[in-house]
Ligand binder design. Structure first.
Ligand code: NDP
Length: 316
């Protein structure tokens, strides 16, 4: 495994992280979830990403059980707060102090740990002053329950304001978690430059676009058995990519991957890691073989010619 620093901080995370959205506690049975975590650990992955809201808290619990007995110092555990997880109360959502404190404590219990390495605001909350949110994060850091702080899917402007407050309150604000893949490059013009200025790294999600970039979904073909598309909840999430023009373009990446001697999934993961502001690609997996395959992307360097060919296919 290779490691990269998160922003200007002292925290190293593995270039490939393992995340359990839509899998643990839902699509994937407990035993299979543990097998995926084991595959991740065997592959050298030390960074695990989850969220309180995944499978309505069950994903954190599964991850806690799967990592039980591992040496805590050798792991980086990341989770998030924002969406409601309970039956719903006036404060059971968002980035207000009450919800953040209660959610953090509940996450620690489910993850069976005394602290998380990175605690992330899952989205921006327009209804709560950012000062209140940052102060709650600052207090969690002072209590030792959270080591570093990050955010997810914030705009460049929100990140810049957050960074200014974090400096004032001495919060170690180190990362942004966006969607990023060959098919979704929204962060390139503004978010990445803002993060570079503020000393934050990207920890990117859905690097294989939920399976689309593996090339396994063919235009007009039957839904592959056991895939995210075949899963009731997963199919809603992946639906946006299920267009013939997208699926046909993805098929044109196949010869590029073959020529480079890599699989399409590896090409997609290596592509996000080519960006120096990306500290880690969070991969999902419904089975261990996918972890073993995708993690090999850390050794792939894509030259300018390959990158140009990819651009030509996807911009064409
Ligand atoms: P990916 O783009 O890596 O998609 C993972 C899925 O693609 C797998 O579960 C599998 O689904 C399929 N797949 C992966 N590799 C292969 C392969 N080699 N061959 C065939 N199929 C493959 O990432 P996710 O969308 O799962 O997101 C990863 C993580 O990012 C999440 O777990 C979460 O931690 C984080 N995330 C964060 C968000 C946020 O808002 N901050 C939002 C979304 C994700 P299958 O086998 O079922 O088809």
């Amino acid at each position: 495994m290779k490691f990269r620093r998160l922003g200007r901080s002292g925290l190293n995370i593995s270039e490939i992280s393992y995340g359990n959205w839509l899998t643990h506690g839902s699509q994937v049975e407990e035993e299979q979830a543990h097998a995926c975590v084991k595959a991740a650990l065997e592959s050298g992955i030390t960074t695990f990403d989850t969220a309180d809201v995944y499978a309505n808290t069950a994903a954190e619990s599964v991850l806690g059980r799967a990592l039980k007995g591992e040496r805590r110092e050798s792991l980086e555990i990341l989770t998030k707060v924002y969406w409601p997880t309970g039956p719903g109360g006036a404060n059971d959502r968002g980035l207000g102090r009450k919800h953040i404190m209660e959610s953090a404590n509940a996450s620690l219990k489910r993850l069976q740990t005394d602290y998380v390495d990175l605690y992330q605001a899952h989205r921006y909350d327009h209804t709560v002053p950012l000062e209140e949110t940052m102060l709650a994060f600052a207090d969690l850091v002072r209590q030792g329950k959270v080591l570093y702080v990050g955010v997810s899917e914030w705009t460049a402007e929100q990140i810049t304001r957050g960074a200014a407050l974090a400096r004032e309150l001495q919060v170690p604000f180190v990362s942004h978690q966006p969607q990023y893949s060959m098919l979704w490059r929204v962060i390139e013009p503004q978010v990445i430059p803002a993060c570079e200025r503020e000393g934050l790294s990207q920890i990117v999600f859905s690097p294989v676009a939920q399976g689309i970039l593996t090339g396994k979904y063919l235009p007009g073909a039957e839904v592959p058995e056991g895939s995210r598309l075949a899963d009731e909840r997963g199919s809603k999430m992946i639906a946006r990519w299920m267009r013939d023009d997208v699926l046909s373009a993805v098929q044109q990446l196949k010869p590029i991957a073959e020529e480079a001697g890599v699989t399409m999934a590896q090409l997609a993961v290596a592509w996000v890691l080519r960006n120096p502001n990306v500290a880690s690609a969070i991969i999902g997996a419904s089975r261990p073989e996918q972890v073993y395959e995708n993690v090999k992307a850390i050794d792939i360097v894509l030259d300018d010619d390959v990158l140009k060919q990819i651009d030509n296919v996807l911009e064409g």
